[in-house]
Structures are given as structure tokens and as C-alpha cells.
Design a protein around this ligand. Structure first.
Ligand code: DAH
Length: 343
């Protein structure tokens, strides 16, 4: 903006320069030079007063505008780099500020999973998490279900239009962990891996069935491993988890990826019975068996030299019984009253 009056033009220049240096920008509106201009009005000849007054007002308006423009800029927050939290090299002050929460807590299933894994770590197992999207080879082929195998129908889950599969069990990881750890065998060490993961089934939902739940898979391979090792491992784990002696039994079953295959059951302990009708109840907890020679072969392990066992079962189910929870669907229900009982 330019000013006709020489005096006002000079003051305008001076004040705009000062505004740049001022820390408290609004102070400029109280500048003595501005007040001085107003004070000059009565000293001027009548004819000049109106024009002079108008230009001072213009100057004040311009300064007010510059002050508010600066305030708007100051309110603009610095940009946030959304990739920073994932960038291990990003400096702490470059990462976004996230809200801290003193109210949330870990989901009870994950707390239980931690304690389950701790037991297996003490038994010498490693843990590998399963994938939530997988392919036909890992879901079926590598587990000895060739195309068209009727047992494929027992694992009805969700697929993408590209043919990818939301895994119906954590066994999808068997081929991967066997390959990953087979160097152990050459060193004379066993393969001991547990695989927790989220799995999916196209199920009719009820108090014991969810479409999305968690499983824990286990794989143990070495020289001279037999079904006695399988039963002892599972019994030891379950007695540690439930902190009491348990009666266990196996009954014959069929899975394409084990031979022989079993269902593993425990007798429901007295304090884990919700009512008298649960007395002497055998609870089928998981599927297990000796790893089929074809499964070992497909992972490049010689079944004549090594044998192994595997199992897989629902984590939710273990937790349901531990706390006598009546409905598996509570876990995913976001019912805070339910969840808070565990924190
Ligand atoms: N994957 C099976 C299921 O979800 C459970 C199972 C059975 C896992 C036998 C195993 C196994 O590793 O050896 O029904």
C-alpha cells in the first residue's frame, strides 16, 4: 500500500520494518509514531485533516492485517512425516507426537499368549508368528493335501479374488519353519518352534465358535522323536498353564499332515467346571500327531533320518476354560466390562 502523505509514508515504512523485528507483533499497533500521527490531526489546516485522518486509518488497518497474518502462520503446526515411526534412523524429535494413554491395557488374549509363550521358551522352543494372508501351497499342498483332496473341505475359510487365503490354521507355517530351522538338525540340535497366529473359519457362530480366533501350532523334529514325546510335551505345558495335575488322553483322528493323527483331550479339572454337568467331561483341546513323511520331505528333511511331532489348537479355548468364560465372542466384542476384569 502506498501513502500520498509524505509523513505517513515515512512512518509506514518505519513501522513495517520494526514489525519484522518485534517479537510481540501486536505491540506495533501501540507504537508512539502511530499515536503521534493521530495527535497531528488538529494541528493541520482544516482542508487536509480528513484526507490525513483517512490515510492514518489505512495505515493502522494495514498494520493490523500484517499482525493477524503473522498469527495465522504461527498457528500452522509443523508438518509430520508419517513414515518416521517406522524409520529406525529418524531422530526422536522427527517422529510424530502420539497421545499417551494411561487408560488402555493389553487385550487379555495377548496377555495369556505371553504367558503361554513363556512356558514354551522355558521348554527350549522358539516362537514364529504366522501370517494372516497365505497361499494354496502353504495352506494345503505343503501339508500333504494335493488338489482335490476331500479333507480340504474341513478348512472352509475366506479367499481373495486373486486366490490368496485367510489361513484356517497355523499349520500353514510348518513348511516355512521346517525350512528355516532345518540347519539345526545338521548341527545335531532339534527343531522346536511354536507358532502363534490369528486364523479364520467360515463358521456358524456360537458360544464356542468365532470366525476369527487364535491358534498355537507346535513343531518338534529330531532323531528318534516319537508320540511319547508329543504327549509329554503337551501334558507338561498344560499342567504348567493350568497350574495343576491333569488327566490327559489321545484318541485316533485323521489329518493329512500327520501319521498317526490324534485328538488330544484333558479331563476338565474340578475348579474349571462351570456347573455339575461338566463333571468328568473330556475336553478335546487340540489336534496333533507325528509329522507325515511327505511334509518333512517337502521341507527338505529326510524322514528316514528324522521324525517329529506337531500340534495345533485354539488359544481362545485354553483361556475360556482357565477363567470359565461362557462365550468366546466376548473376546472380540469390545465389551469393556468384560475386558476390564483382566487388567
Ligand atoms: N491344523 C489343525 C486344525 O486346525 C490342527 C493340527 C492337527 C495341527 C495336527 C497340527 C497337527 O500341527 O499335527 O484343525
Amino acid at each position: 500500500m502506498s501513502y500520498q502523505n509524505q509523513r505517513i509514508a515515512e512512518v509506514a515504512e518505519l513501522l513495517k520494518q520494526r514489525l519484522g523485528e518485534l517479537e510481540q507483533k501486536p505491540e506495533i499497533l501501540k507504537a508512539p509514531e502511530l499515536k503521534g500521527l493521530f495527535a497531528e490531526i488538529p494541528t493541520l489546516p482544516e482542508a487536509e485533516r480528513a484526507g490525513f485522518g483517512k490515510e492514518i486509518n489505512q495505515l493502522r488497518a494495514e498494520l493490523t492485517h500484517l499482525v493477524s497474518e503473522h498469527a495465522d502462520k504461527a498457528e500452522e503446526l509443523p508438518p509430520i512425516d508419517v513414515t518416521a515411526p517406522f524409520d529406525v534412523n529418524a531422530a526422536a524429535d522427527q517422529r510424530p507426537q502420539t497421545f499417551t494413554s494411561d487408560r488402555g491395557s493389553q487385550h487379555p488374549l495377548m496377555t495369556e499368549l505371553d504367558s503361554i509363550l513363556d512356558i514354551f521358551y522355558r521348554m527350549g522352543f522358539n516362537a514364529v508368528e504366522s501370517r494372516q494372508i497365505d497361499d494354496d501351497y502353504h495352506m494345503f499342498e505343503s501339508l500333504n493335501f494335493p488338489a482335490g483332496h476331500p479333507a480340504r473341505d474341513d478348512y472352509d475359510t475366506f479367499t481373495t479374488t486373486e486366490g490368496l487365503i485367510a489361513p484356517a490354521h497355523t499349520s500353514t507355517m510348518q513348511n516355512r519353519v521346517l525350512q528355516q530351522y532345518k540347519a539345526n538338525l545338521e548341527k545335531g540340535e532339534d527343531i522346536r518352534v511354536v507358532i502363534p497366529g490369528r486364523v479364520y473359519r467360515n463358521e456358524d457362530l456360537d458360544v464356542t465358535h468365532e470366525h476369527t480366533f487364535y491358534q498355537l501350532e507346535g513343531v518338534y523334529v529330531g532323531k528318534g522323536i516319537h508320540a511319547g514325546h508329543l504327549i509329554a510335551t503337551l501334558k507338561t505345558f498344560l499342567e504348567e498353564y493350568y497350574q495343576q495335575d491333569l488327566k490327559v488322553k489321545t484318541q485316533p483322528f485323521y489329518f493329512p499332515f500327520t501319521e498317526p493323527s490324534f485328538e488330544f483331550a484333558i479331563e476338565r479339572p474340578a475348579e474349571l467346571r462351570r456347573n455339575a454337568s461338566h463333571a468328568d467331561e473330556w475336553l478335546e483341546l487340540l489336534g496333533c500327531g507325528m509329522i507325515h513323511p511327505n511334509v518333512l520331505k517337502m521341507a527338505g528333511i529326510d524322514p528316514n533320518e528324522y521324525t517329529g511331532f506337531a500340534w495345533g489348537g485354539g488359544i481362545d479355548r485354553l483361556v475360556l476354560m482357565k477363567y470359565a468364560i461362557e462365550d468366546i465372542r466376548h473376546f472380540e466384542s469390545a465389551k469393556l466390562d468384560f475386558l476390564r476384569q483382566f487388567s
